[in-house]
Design a protein around this ligand. Structure first.
Ligand SMILES: *Cc1c(COP(=O)(O)O)cnc(C)c1O
Length: 354
């Protein structure tokens, strides 16, 4: 795959104060684009100045939602090098997501090359301050210009990037989570395991309701019995009960998080017992009442780990670990961020240098 590169003639000024970056509001100078047509495959890989896309209003993505995306970060080490964390996992997941909703897949090596070349071009946009990163958002949209409902014949692969601030500028803060008993995010057989925009559209209402009540996110239950725990907001969830870490098994409705997978590997390396299985909300509440729920946290690329300090279920409120970050959660955070920012040696082969 050849990538043509057209550099901007009007580079933007980069944010001076990296403590005010926030998340996903500022975009770098360029974007990666590639077209797909059935019969022809992927073609015209190019990096061009960042600008609005021009699309026919009849394009499928505006009506029926064929869209999949990924989210990963480029990290700047103390020495000034730039590196990615397990990017091949994002590439594979993007293809699995695309497969689920009949968007075209892409050669793994090509997609990885696209991501790495894009970061290389935008390397000066990777911020320097502690805890900051360059968030990379690859996505594929179906752009057939017809209102007819058919499998996609034309698609666009795009990568944009955004310098992002530290998720925890004031230190790690436990969050309050509401267990959602009405709306569901996904069901087995649906698109829960795919990283697609449609899942987010379906989950917005519950998230909004939780926010109005002072919670930062919802804990999703399974779509059939409202009995088993699935995820927390857009993060996977883990519970430490009586010394064992329990996390929902990937049965089709849960997104296979790369942070989740990495946490499981690290915990096992540390000799911690990990169980991937179904866990009911009743089991969680019982463990809370018996004082056996030692820690709970969400996992995801954005926050790495996010400790849960309070759970609310059917109007009852339960505090976890005195609303403090637990030992296991802290250790996972320190180890993962240590590897990502190059402070800890990567013995797992997870780091890909740019
Ligand atoms: C992206 C995502 C996650 C976390 O995945 P990571 O690979 O760890 O960032 C979890 N749940 C949902 C719904 C997601 O979209």
């Amino acid at each position: 795959m050849n990538i043509s590169i057209t550099k901007t003639t009007a580079p933007k000024t980069k944010p001076q104060d990296e403590s005010k970056l926030g998340f996903g509001n500022i975009f770098s100078d360029h974007m990666f684009l590639m077209d797909y047509e059935k019969g022809k495959g992927w073609f015209n890989a190019r990096i061009v100045p960042f600008e609005n896309l021009s699309l026919n209003p009849a394009c499928a993505v505006f009506h029926y939602g064929p869209e999949v995306f990924e989210g990963l970060k480029a990290y700047r080490t103390a020495k000034g090098n730039i590196q990615l964390f397990r990017p091949i996992e994002n590439v594979r997941r993007m293809n699995n997501s695309a497969d689920r909703i009949c968007l075209p897949q892409m050669d793994e090596k090509d997609m990885l090359k696209a991501i790495k070349t894009f970061v290389e071009v935008e390397k000066d946009w990777v911020p320097h301050a502690e805890g900051t990163s360059f968030y990379i958002r690859p996505f594929i949209i179906g752009v057939d210009e017809t209102l007819g409902v058919h499998t996609i014949q034309k698609a666009l692969f795009v990568i944009i990037g955004s310098p992002s601030g530290s998720y925890y500028p004031e230190g790690i803060n436990p969050v309050k989570i509401m267990i959602e008993t009405e709306d569901v995010r996904a069901v087995v057989g649906g698109t829960g395991y795919a990283k697609c925009g449609g899942n987010y559209a379906a989950s917005t209402r519950a998230g909004h309701k939780a926010e109005l009540q002072g919670y930062s996110q919802v804990l999703w239950l399974d779509g059939i019995e409202r009995k088993y725990v699935e995820e927390v907001g857009a993060m996977n969830v883990m519970f430490k009960i009586d010394g064992t870490v329990v996390t929902p098994k990937l049965l089709g409705s849960v997104l296979p998080g790369i942070t989740r997978k990495s946490c499981i590997e690290l915990l096992k390396d540390q000799g911690v017992q990990v169980e991937e299985r179904q866990i009911s909300v009743d089991e969680v509440i019982k463990a809370l009442e018996e004082g056996k729920l030692e820690e709970a946290w969400g996992t995801g690329t954005a926050a790495v780990v996010s400790p849960i300090g309070e759970l609310s279920y059917k109007g009852e409120k339960y505090t976890i670990n005195n609303f403090e970050i637990g030992e296991t959660t802290q250790k996972l955070y320190d180890t993962l961020t240590g590897i990502q920012w190059g402070k800890i040696e990567d013995k797992k082969g997870w780091i890909e240098k740019i």
